[in-house]
Design a protein around this ligand. Structure first.
Ligand code: T46
Length: 136
């Protein structure tokens, strides 16, 4: 499985660092939604679902966390530890976010508005869907 990790340009000077993210330039889709999670309780695992069509870029803008990606055939664990790194997560990809450091903030740029119908929350249903798409 190929992992698409982006390294964004960070504009640094004596004042510090600044990262700017523009749709279709730094981010490969139109950004329709931004959300972020913080105050994550120790030991917690978030996600545990896939999306039918949503594409996203995950950026841990403070602290660190790990992302487990599962395409139904292979899994990869990707650490996010830098505020200038973004992980692309395609549709039809099971994801879990865990190992959040104290004070971690995980920001997500999303290609679509929030839509509960786009979620696949049952792992067996996810496996069936990806196997079916693989056959076609
Ligand atoms: C994903 C991973 C990386 C909203 O009202 N609007 C939103 O845009 C989102 C994302 C969530 N919510 C509500 C729905 C739930 O009541 O916020 C609550 C927590 O959402 P959820 O349990 O889906 O959060 P995570 O961390 O498990 O998953 C989220 C995204 O939902 C998901 O699309 O890929 O982050």
């Amino acid at each position: 499985m190929q992992v698409n990790k982006y390294v964004f340009q960070s504009h640094g000077d004596e004042r510090g660092q600044l990262v700017a993210l523009e749709e279709f330039r730094d981010i490969p889709f139109r950004i329709k939604r931004v959300y972020y999670m913080y105050d994550t309780a120790p030991g917690v695992v978030r996600g545990k679902h896939a999306h039918k069509s949503l594409e996203q870029i995950l950026v841990c803008i403070h602290g660190s966390c790990k992302i487990k990606l599962d395409n139904g055939y292979e899994t990869k664990i990707v650490p996010l530890e830098k505020p200038y790194e973004g992980l692309y997560v395609a549709n039809n990809m099971w994801r879990e976010m865990y190992d959040f450091s104290d004070g971690a903030v995980l920001m997500v740029l999303a290609s679509e508005l929030y839509n509960e119908d786009d979620y696949i929350r049952d792992y067996d249903e996810f496996l069936k869907l990806v196997k079916k798409e693989h056959e076609n």
